[in-house]
Write a protein that binds this ligand. Structure first.
Ligand SMILES: Cc1cc2nc3c(=O)[nH]c(=O)nc-3n(C[C@H](O)[C@H](O)[C@H](O)COP(=O)(O)O)c2cc1C
Length: 222
């Protein structure tokens, strides 16, 4: 059987311009090779200390989609979209994964030996400090959101539609993905991906004078 061709991707500015949050999907599935390409681009995302704490769960079967639909306040795109990606994080990832990551960077020459040596000290020091401040979860979620952004822009570049989703109940989503009761697992975001016949209009943005500033923020209340 002939392998379907992955379309030539849009460039980054074109993908940014083309992306719109989409709720209506048609029944076209995502070619597995294309999905893998998108996942490869997703996990190219940078992360703090290269810790890669994201744990991405791919959901494409109807029974699990229905459970996620319930966990996500019955948002209909969960049922319609071909694939849902749950971007979970392992807040404790640094404890198990640190040594192989540093060793790999050293072996391939990406990090000089002196930097690897300081990373061996600095990562546990920094992560323990974050742990004491109760901020490990926040830092892992920052990394996962960057990966999620890579994912959505990659998917858009190949002609897919998407929606990021915050509308879910964390414990219910964790139960669906097999992480019930695991305190080290948190959910960063849920993303639906698929094809759509809908043309979604740009909903607009507030003026940049409200969101972008030179040098420092204006005084409070001004
Ligand atoms: C982190 C995040 C969470 C979101 N959660 C939801 C959601 O749960 N359900 C939904 O329909 N849209 C959700 N959205 C989509 C936003 O409503 C949408 O991005 C916004 O209106 C701007 O539209 P645009 O994405 O087409 O530019 C979310 C977007 C982001 C970035």
């Amino acid at each position: 059987m002939e392998t379907p061709q992955i379309p030539a991707p849009l460039d980054v500015p074109a993908a940014i311009a083309a992306r719109r949050s989409t709720k209506d999907f048609n029944s076209q599935g995502i070619d597995p090779e294309l999905l893998q390409r998108i996942l490869d681009l997703t996990t190219e995302a940078p992360s703090s200390w290269n810790l890669q704490p994201w744990r991405i769960v791919v959901v494409d079967d109807d029974a699990t989609k229905e459970k996620l639909h319930q966990a996500c306040f019955q948002q209909r795109q969960l049922l319609e979209a071909a694939v849902t990606l749950v971007f979970a994080v392992d807040v404790e990832a640094w404890q198990q994964d640190m040594a192989p990551i540093i060793d790999q960077a050293q072996t391939v020459g990406a990090w000089p030996p002196s930097y690897c040596e300081s990373a061996r000290q600095a990562i546990p020091g920094g992560q323990n400090a974050l742990s004491k401040m109760g901020r490990l979860r926040e830092y892992a979620i920052k990394d996962a959101m960057i990966a999620a952004t890579h994912c959505v822009l990659a998917a858009t570049s190949f002609g897919l539609q998407s929606t990021y989703m915050n509308g879910w109940q964390e414990e219910a989503v964790k139960q669906v993905i097999g992480a019930a009761g695991r305190d080290e697992i948190a959910i960063a975001v849920v993303i639906v991906l698929g094809y759509s016949d809908q043309v979604v209009s740009h909903p607009g943005r507030v003026p940049q004078r409200n969101t972008v500033f030179q040098g420092r923020l204006p005084e409070a209340g001004s």
